[in-house]
Design a protein around this ligand. Structure first.
Ligand code: GDP
Length: 193
């Protein structure tokens, strides 16, 4: 199976500026969780989504096209300590509006750092998605950073922190190309009619 071919479509400052779509998957996570690296891995090319941007600068929504009317949306990262509050205070309402109102939204991928586990903001995000019955999938990033002998315990711990069973979490490494194909299959299934 070929990888999910992601083609950069546009950046938007506001949800209202997003183009229409028929089926969409959104990706959320705190800044530095590895979101850009993962999106680059989906596309099998580097520098599609910019890696390690200046914190707080890129509060843009990036939209990628899989095929006409089939899209992946990279939402701005949350919870970066150095971002001025005037920027973070707009994040909540903007993203919440998108998640509640985007009719074509099929799935929200919530990225959690596999090495450090869910942060308070990750847990809040998951509770909010659950409360609002928005379909979501937890993806643990940077799995290569967890030593093999610590993996079973880490998997249990991270899942429990997200109030999930270990089998509910997909572990990936963009750096070492671990489980990227599995996630691509999942994305393909969420995006198929
Ligand atoms: P973003 O802010 O969520 O878009 O995160 P980035 O993709 O910019 O990654 C943040 C940092 O984590 C960078 O230094 C990446 O090189 C590193 N990183 C991202 N993914 C992985 C991974 O799978 N393994 C390892 N070891 N590091 C990663």
């Amino acid at each position: 199976m070929p990888p999910v071919p992601l083609q950069f479509l546009q950046s938007a400052q506001r949800v209202a500026d997003l183009p229409d779509s028929e089926r969409e998957v959104a990706v959320v996570g705190r800044s530095n969780v590895g979101k850009s690296s993962l999106i680059n891995a989906f596309a099998n090319r580097t520098n599609l989504a910019r890696v390690s941007k200046t914190p707080g600068r890129t509060q843009l929504i990036n939209i990628f096209q899989v095929s006409p009317g089939v899209t992946v949306v990279d939402l701005p990262g949350y919870g970066y300590a150095k971002v001025p509050s005037r920027i973070t205070k707009d994040w909540g309402p903007m993203i919440e509006g998108y998640l509640l109102e985007r009719e074509c939204l099929q799935m929200v991928m919530v990225l959690v750092d596999g090495e450090i586990g869910p942060t308070k903001l990750d847990v809040q995000m998951l509770e909010w998605l659950r409360d609002n019955e928005i379909p979501h999938q937890v993806v643990a990033t940077k799995s290569d950073k967890v030593k093999s002998n610590k993996k079973p315990a880490r998997k249990k711990e991270l899942a429990a922190g997200c109030m999930l069973d270990p089998g509910d979490v997909v572990w990936v490494s963009a750096a070492k190309n671990i489980n990227i194909d599995r996630l691509q299959d999942l994305i393909r299934s969420w995006l198929s009619p």
